[in-house]
Every structure is written in C-alpha cells, then in structure tokens.
Design a protein around this ligand. Structure first.
Ligand code: CP
Ligand code: NVA
Length: 301
C-alpha cells in the first residue's frame, strides 16, 4: 500500500480485500497491540462524533496513544503553514489522521510528512467511511458482483468515495441526484472508464431505488455548506429516503447512512429506525476498519 490513505483510488482491489481481512483478524484477536508505543496525531478542522471517537478508541485498543488537535489549537494554514505542521508532527508522531475542508491541504500534508497521513474526511472524499461500508456490506452478505447500490441525494464526498470503490469492486452503482448536484466529474469519469462497475447517474430517486440491494442516504447539507441550507432544502425535497421509496427496492434491501442524519430531511425516522436499517452497525465498523488501516500503514513504515 502507499504510505498514505488519502483516497480509495490509491488502493488496488487486492488491497481492499486485504484491509477487510485484516479487520476480521484484528477483531478476532483483541489481545494484539500492533501500535504499542506509537503516537497518532488526529487533526480535526470540522466537527465529528464517529470519526474522532472511533479513531481515538481504536488507537488505544491497538496499544497506541492518540493526540486530538482541534483546529482552534493549531490553526493549520493560519497560525502555521501546512508544511510546517506536517514537518513537526512527523518528528513527534507515527501517523497523522486529518479531517480538513480542502483535499489539497491533505495532499500537501502527506507530501511534507514522512509518516502515514489518513483522510478522515475532506470536501472531496471520505474513504474511511466507504471502506467501513464495504466491510458492513460483506458482513451482511451483500458484497457480491452486480449488487445494486442506490445512492439518493447530493453528489458529495460520500459519493466520490463510492465511485472510487466502484472502480475496484464490481457493483451496480445507481446515483440519483438533483440536477446541478452531480459528483466530482474527474472521479465519475475515471470510475466509468475503469469498466469495473455499471454506473448510472439519474435525477429520479425511484429509478435508482428500483430493485436495489442497498439504499444509501447522506445529508443534503454537508459540513461547510450551512449557508446554502434554504436553497438545498428546496432542491432536494424530492430526494428523501422514505418508506414509499423503499417499496421499489428489493424486499431484503438494507438501508445505509453514514450519519449524522437529519431526521425528517434526507431520511425519515421510520426508515432510519426501521428493520432494514444498518446505520449503527456501519458506525461501529468505522472502529474496526480504521484499526486495520492504521495497523497496515504503520507496520509497513
Ligand atoms: N460518518 C462520520 O464521519 O461521522 P462524524 O462526522 O460524526 O465523524
Ligand atoms: N457529506 C457529509 C458526510 C458526513 C460524515 C459531510 O461532509 O458533512
């Protein structure tokens, strides 16, 4: 694997499988402490519940020591340059986990750090989430050729990472987004050009949800887009995951959402809390899969 984990695009199909298998192995062997004596810096420019807690708990469970660095304390790019932060953390820590707005800042950080840098979400992608989702699908017996994943909503960082996974693992990825909210064009075209998966981009949620094995929702208003709330509520109102949309999917469909959910907006309570939902398992799997990512990257240093 590359030194850093900035995107799923940096992996091969074999490496995706290797990480999922390593996740199983670490889960079955909690006595293993591969991060013993290692320190990991965790930079957060944006809020977080799952990512922060799962990384901190995971590092401790692996025998390591996490250091949380909120943006207010280090002022990355304002108090100090990204390069200086990276050069310093490299001398103290064994890995850097970072959630930042600008993906370019993460790339810059990885360039200047000699230790692994892990993407904990940027405006462009959220690879730890989608790797954990792949693990959840495998656990639910859904990770199979031709599985239909219907994503309903905004063509955001979650979708970009799904597209990167679809470039490696065969699936039918059907994206229903309002006009003007398409995913990153370069990532979309690369996924299609890979020829690995069938990828549709439609503007009708029913078309995407038809016969789906998985229906996936995410917020209509990602972190940093709060000022666009009124316009987005208007543009997205037909893209809600609710029980009438779910009727178009397979009977044993599973419903996924990376959380945090805005109940009553992109998804109803009935669906989020209903029998098809696996959202809390998805959240829990962040812990297990990130432990594998940390172990793999730090052990190959
Ligand atoms: N899904 C996810 O990344 O959640 P947080 O924003 O709470 O970390
Ligand atoms: N698209 C969401 C994902 C949150 C985990 C955001 O960027 O806010």
């Amino acid at each position: 694997m590359e030194k850093d984990f900035l995107s799923i695009a940096a992996l091969t199909q074999a490496e995706v499988v290797e990480l999922l298998d390593l996740t199983d192995m670490l889960k079955a062997n909690p006595q293993l402490k591969p991060l013993s004596g290692k320190t990991v810096a965790a930079i957060f420019q944006k809020p977080s519940l799952r990512t922060r807690v799962s990384f901190e708990v995971g590092i401790v469970q692996l025998g390591g020591y996490p250091i949380y660095l909120g943006n207010e304390s280090i002022g990355i790019g304002s108090r100090e340059s990204v390069a200086d932060v990276a050069n310093m953390l490299t001398r103290f820590c064994d890995a850097i986990v970072a959630r930042v707005h600008d993906h370019g800042m993460l790339v810059d950080m990885a360039k200047h750090a000699t230790v692994p840098v892990i993407n904990a979400l940027t405006d462009l992608s959220h690879p730890c989430q989608i790797m954990s989702d792949a693990y959840t699908l495998r656990q639910c017996g859904k990770l199979r050729d031709g599985m239909k994943i219907a994503y309903i909503g905004d063509g955001n960082n979650i979708v970009n990472s799904w597209l990167e996974l679809a470039s490696l693992i065969p699936m039918h990825l059907s994206l229903a987004v309002p006009l003007g909210y398409e995913p990153d064009r370069t990532i979309f075209e690369a996924a299609r050009a890979s020829g690995v998966s069938t990828i549709d981009l439609v503007h009708n949620p029913v078309e995407a949800a038809a016969d789906a094995d998985v229906v996936y929702a995410d917020t209509w208003i990602s972190m940093g887009q709060e000022k666009e709330k009124i316009r987005r509520m208007y543009d997205f109102w037909e893209f809600q995951v609710n029980s009438s949309l779910l009727k178009h999917a397979k009977d044993d469909v599973i419903v996924m959402h990376c959380l945090p959910a805005h109940r009553g907006e992109e998804i109803t309570d009935e669906v989020l809390d209903g029998k098809h939902s696996v959202v809390y398992l998805q959240g829990e799997n962040r812990l297990h899969v990130q432990k594998a990512i940390l172990t793999k990257l730090i052990s190959q240093q």
